[in-house]
Design a protein. Structure first.
Length: 269
């Protein structure tokens, strides 16, 4: 049993939504550095192209930018068509990472539109893109596979978060269950579907929270630190490699133990 082959992702074709920043960038970097061809997708075209160039320069893989507003169904259809042209042999991995949140508010003041925006992008579009890219995933799966879908959820979809973010928390819980539904229906096509549930990482969504509460957050995590880019990349590389080929329908917390922390935990211990 060759360790390098077990975890190899060299020459795999990977699509990462939101791959130009935050957690998506961490994941994209891990795949590119280990020899994969990575398509990063988001609506910020200039930023995306700059990141793609920088990641390709790192080697040993390649990064390609495809701008797309994932809230626009027509643009997602064009994205799927573009990928079919570029990768007629199929894709190995789809990472559904793009997401949105909404600023905190009291329950009385929380706007109805927050649910429309957040659940639309965080849940509906995870299904939409998976559905439209199924032929490409299945094509690779039939020629060796398995192919992998990795959905980025959150520990806020497992526990009740301290901040009042009902749309975001509900959307991530939905992502976790959608992951199980897809896994049950795609496993017989040699496609695995799993989710990662990040805890605190340095990302656009977490920036303001960490600026205000990092010390408190870190003190509540048994490992006493926030996640690193390597932590996030590693779990996705595992799920996309032969090592994770029999993992299907799992939701894997990547949180330093935040979910299991004892409430009496003291940072002074």
């Amino acid at each position: 049993m060759d360790l390098e082959q077990l975890f190899a992702v060299k020459d795999k074709v990977v699509v990462v939504t939101g791959g130009g920043s935050g957690i998506g960038l961490m994941i994209s970097t891990g795949f590119v550095k280990n020899g994969a061809k990575v398509y990063i997708v988001s609506r910020k075209a200039q930023t995306l192209k700059k990141v793609a160039k920088e990641l390709t320069s790192l080697g040993s893989g390649e990064c390609i930018a495809i701008p797309c507003d994932l809230q626009d169904y027509g643009q997602i259809q064009k994205l799927a068509e573009e990928l079919r042209k570029r990768e007629p042999s199929g894709i190995d991995v789809l990472v559904n990472n793009s997401g949105a949140t909404w600023g905190t508010a009291t329950l009385e003041e929380y706007p109805d539109g927050a649910f429309t925006k957040v659940l639309g992008l965080n849940v509906q579009r995870v299904f939409t893109l998976t559905q439209l890219l199924l032929p490409l995933l299945e094509q690779k799966a039939q020629n060796g596979g398995p192919s992998s879908v990795i959905n980025v959820g959150s520990i806020d979809g497992i526990m009740v978060p301290a901040l009042v973010t009902p749309a975001y928390a509900a959307s991530k819980a939905a992502v976790h269950h959608l992951t199980r539904v897809l896994a049950a229906n795609l496993g017989n096509r040699n496609i695995t579907v799993n989710a990662v549930a990040p805890g605190p990482f340095q990302s656009h969504m977490m920036r303001a929270t960490l600026e205000s509460f990092q010390d408190i957050i870190v003190s509540s995590i048994p490992m006493r630190r926030i996640g690193s880019p390597e932590d996030m990349a590693a779990v996705c590389l595992y799920l996309a490699s032969r090592a994770g080929a029999y993992v299907n329908g799992a939701v894997i917390p990547v949180d330093g133990g935040a979910l299991v922390a004892n409430q009496k935990y003291s940072p002074n211990l």
